[in-house]
Design a protein around this ligand. Structure first.
Ligand code: TPP
Ligand code: DXP
Ligand code: MG
Length: 643
């Protein structure tokens, strides 16, 4: 059979295909998606469900003149394939490869960068308003999933869009699934529309129906009209979207190209905001993904025949956190767990099964989750909100205003803290310290291994009182990193090894790297005073100042942005005590950190052990601690490191 995908170089090439060919194109794209994502990993299930939807959009609309905005953007792979990136598709999510999310810098067809949920309707409305002010003529389309629609921002935009006089198209891609089962009243509303479509009718259809009834059809008197309205409400429901001012079309079969093309071709000429409700199946066309859409939401590389991945999810900080939560819940009946649509990713699945009444999935609603937790804490419960670092960015004011200002005992289990890797810029969790450390009352910890995570969680829930955050990275860690077993005590750090030449202040996953650095430097005759602060806030002033004043050379190492991170906080500490001590900070610089594996990113940003050793040696050389003909003969053999 003729390979149709080979003929598609720009989206307008699709318009040359007939309906049968479009169907074939969909199958070719599915094959490419499965084959390629099985190697690179990625958001397979969502993309398999959006193939026909994307083809139909590009068949009717003229990208980039018409502007398509993908909410979250994790479902934009077919769009990428159809807009000139099929040859590079094998580089998806890899270092210097194409992004797993829309990126304006990558293509003119990627109108608006996304990655975090529920932004597309706001952005689309902004673009549509700008179009109208500038008297331009094009369509603006937001494609949003049923999960993303649970985010507050989506509602704020729907509320405003409902009064728009000009065309704006919202395509609701409803697969009845978020990363797991979707939750909440809205999800129920959508399910009702899906299963009882005749019960819900658009206003236009209702009007037509009533106008056909003799005697009522002609609007003879206002009174009659009112009666008509009352009857309508008795026998029919309108969708929420119509109540908000949208013209509603649906539910449409999102895998039927004819239906999709038909509705899109009409929608572009309608005045005012339009919502097209499309039903799709997450994972469509690939058995294992249809069966377990959650497992193929963001899958690592897998074997196509069996659908099996090599990734052992049980060996991760998230899994250890989840296990410890279950244990703690057995001891403390006030403990409750909250997630914003991420029960799998945060490790809370077992908790949700064992303690369903104490588990709350609030949907993609981080802001609400924080204030919800504040309410619970106010009433004496001990809420733990497990959330990814980058998604908690959303809830800054709720943390400050609702939790910290009232000194409420809410625990923030901040997963994916530090660089996360392949998801790239939007997902790197390297800003949480910057947005948390300046908040009064807040304590922040970071475990260096699984044992510390368990200790810290226990401390946070059982002993602490007030807002407290524990930040830990994506993926695996060591079970036990050092034999120091000190209990977690508020603001106390630990000295892992005592030294005389340089102080290293670090925490979390960078303790492991710093241990390697210290061991190599020791071989070279440099002795490191290695401090694991454990508490990133408040810092162990005595320990840090003691070491810094004794050695006078401080290095900080962190998996975080330098600005507002551990190094900055140590510098402020030295400044507060008016100590003029040299400090060198190793962390991420002031620009967005792109995609790549975590180890690639550490290497590029000189946060791997080798680069850090090199950096510290340079610093010491500058300080003339290491002389050209050092007494430590070893240096002579390693002088290249000092250049
Ligand atoms: C603010 C924010 N919170 C959480 C996430 C993580 N997340 C990414 S996709 C997703 C589910 C989206 O569901 P839906 O919109 O229905 O898309 P589907 O995958 O079902 O196609 C979640 C929770 C995110 N990207 N942004
Ligand atoms: C699109 C999105 O935001 C999530 O799907 C995220 O990619 C999940 O990341 P993890 O794989 O780290 O859970
Ligand atoms: Mg969905």
């Amino acid at each position: 059979m003729d390979n149709l995908l080979g003929r598609i170089n720009v989206p307008s090439d699709i318009k040359k295909l007939n309906r049968m060919q479009l169907k074939q194109l969909a199958e070719e794209i599915r094959k490419l998606l499965i084959g390629s994502v099985s190697k690179t990993g990625g958001h397979l299930a969502s993309n398999l469900g959006a193939v026909e939807l994307t083809i139909a959009l590009h068949f009717i609309f003229d990208s980039p003149k018409d502007k398509i905005i993908w909410d979250v953007g994790h479902q934009s792979y077919t769009h990428k394939i159809l807009t000139g990136r099929k040859e590079r598709f094998g580089t998806l999510r890899t270092l210097n490869g194409i992004s797993g999310f829309p990126k304006a810098s990558e293509s003119e067809h990627d109108i608006f960068n996304t990655g975090h949920s529920s932004t597309s309707i706001s952005a689309a409305l902004g673009l549509a308003k700008a179009r109208d002010i500038k008297n331009e003529n094009y369509s603006v389309i937001s494609v949003i999933g049923d999960g993303a629609l649970t985010g507050g921002m989506a509602f704020e935009a729907l509320n405003d869009a409902g009064r728009s006089l000009n065309n704006l198209i919202v395509v609701l891609n409803d697969n009845n699934f978020s990363i797991r089962q979707n939750v909440g009243g809205l999800s129920k509303h959508l399910a009702q529309i899906r299963t009882e479509p005749a019960y819900f009718k658009s206003k236009e259809l209702l009007e037509q129906a009533f106008n056909r009834i003799p005697g009522i059809g002609e609007p003879l008197a206002e009174g009659l009209n009112r009666i008509k309205g009352a009857i309508k409400y008795m026998i029919m429901h309108r969708t929420l979207f119509e109540e908000l001012g949208f013209k509603y079309f649906g539910p449409i079969d999102g895998h039927d190209l004819n239906e999709l093309i038909d509705i899109f071709s009409k929608a572009r000429f309608i005045k005012g905001p339009v919502l097209i409700h499309v039903r799709t199946q997450k994972g469509k066309g690939y058995g294992p993904a249809e069966e377990k859409p959650h497992a193929f939401h963001n899958v690592s590389s897998f074997e196509i025949r069996s659908g099996e991945t090599l990734n052992d999810k049980k060996d991760s900080y998230s899994a250890i956190f989840g296990k410890e939560m279950v244990k703690l819940a057995g001891e403390e009946c006030k403990l409750v767990a909250i997630t914003a649509a991420m029960p799998d990713g945060t490790g809370l699945n077992e908790f949700s099964q064992k303690y369903p009444k104490r588990f709350f999935d609030v949907g993609i609603a981080e802001q609400y989750a924080v204030t919800f937790a504040a309410g619970m804490a106010k009433s004496g419960l001990k809420p733990v909100f497990a959330v990814y670092s980058s998604f908690l960015q959303r809830a800054y004011d709720q943390i400050l205003h609702d939790v910290a200002a009232q000194n409420l005992h809410v625990t923030f289990a901040i997963d994916r803290a530090g660089v996360v890797g392949e998801d790239g810029e939007t997902h790197q969790g390297i800003y949480d310290l910057s947005y948390l450390s300046h908040i009064p009352n807040m304590s922040i910890l970071s475990p260096c291994d699984y044992r510390e995570l368990k200790q810290m969680l226990r401390y946070a829930v059982m002993e602490h009182n007030g807002p407290i955050a524990i930040r830990y990275p994506r993926g695996k860690g060591k079970v036990v990193l050092s034999d120091i077993k000190d209990p977690v005590t508020w603001h106390k750090g630990i000295r892992i090894c005592k030294g005389t030449d340089v102080t290293i202040v670090t925490a979390g996953n960078m303790v492991e790297t710093s241990l390697q650095v210290a061991a190599t430097l020791k071989n070279e005759g440099i002795s490191v005073d290695l401090i694991n602060v454990r508490f990133l806030k408040p810092l162990d002033e005595e320990l840090i100042i003691g070491s810094a004043t004794r050695i006078k050379k401080v290095v900080t190492i962190e998996d975080h942005s330098i600005i507002g991170g551990l190094g900055s906080n140590v510098l402020q500490l030295l400044n507060r005590y008016e100590l003029n001590i040299e400090i060198k900070m190793f962390g991420f610089p002031d620009h967005f950190i792109g995609q790549g594996t975590r180890s690639e990113l550490f290497r590029i940003y000189k946060l791997d052990a080798d680069s850090l050793i090199h950096g510290i040696l340079r610093l010491l050389r500058k300080n003339k601690l290491i002389l050209k003909d050092s007494v430590h003969g070893v240096y002579l053999g390693n002088r290249s490191k000092l250049k």
